[in-house]
Ligand binder design. Structure first.
Ligand code: HEC
Length: 117
């Protein structure tokens, strides 16, 4: 019974997790196949998925690779799909830290409470 309840509580978290391609590690959202096709030839897709940036910075990265690393030119529609995908799925993260631990869960919080009473 308790296990069933736990599963029920966890289910939303499990189902809302992003669908990630097992081979490339890319999040399977619109445009991912373009990125799979164009962004894994010279380096691992992991270099892509480990990066976080806004659209302009992604564009800069592409332009830099085109100017210096022999990255080919894209059809405008393909480039748009790639940039939309990257900006949408790998956006900048202002703060990657977890939320602070509630004081009630900190070591010694029982004593703290007892002292105050
Ligand atoms: C023609 C080869 C080539 C292709 C194709 C290619 N890259 Fe790169 N990319 C490179 C090279 C070379 C580097 C530098 C690797 C290093 O630093 O060791 C690089 C580096 C990167 C970096 C790290 C940049 C940094 O600031 O450190 C990212 C992110 C990246 N590529 C994303 C992409 C994406 C997204 C695509 C698809 C649109 C792509 N790459 C396709 C050659 C390529």
């Amino acid at each position: 019974m308790r296990a069933a309840l736990l599963l029920l509580l966890l289910l939303p978290a499990l189902t809302s997790a992003a669908d990630v391609d097992e081979v490339t590690g890319l999040i399977r959202n619109p445009g991912w196949e373009q990125v799979r096709a164009h962004c894994g030839g010279c380096h691992s897709h992991a270099l892509v998925t480990s990066q976080r940036a806004d659209r302009n910075t992604w564009l800069d990265t592409l332009r830099w690779m085109q100017a210096t690393q022999n990255l080919w030119q894209f059809e405008p529609s393909v480039e748009t799909q790639i940039l939309d995908y990257l900006a949408e799925n790998y956006p900048p993260m202002a703060n990657r830290r977890r939320a602070p631990i509630p004081p009630s869960l900190m070591p010694g919080s029982d004593k703290e409470m007892a002292n105050k009473q």
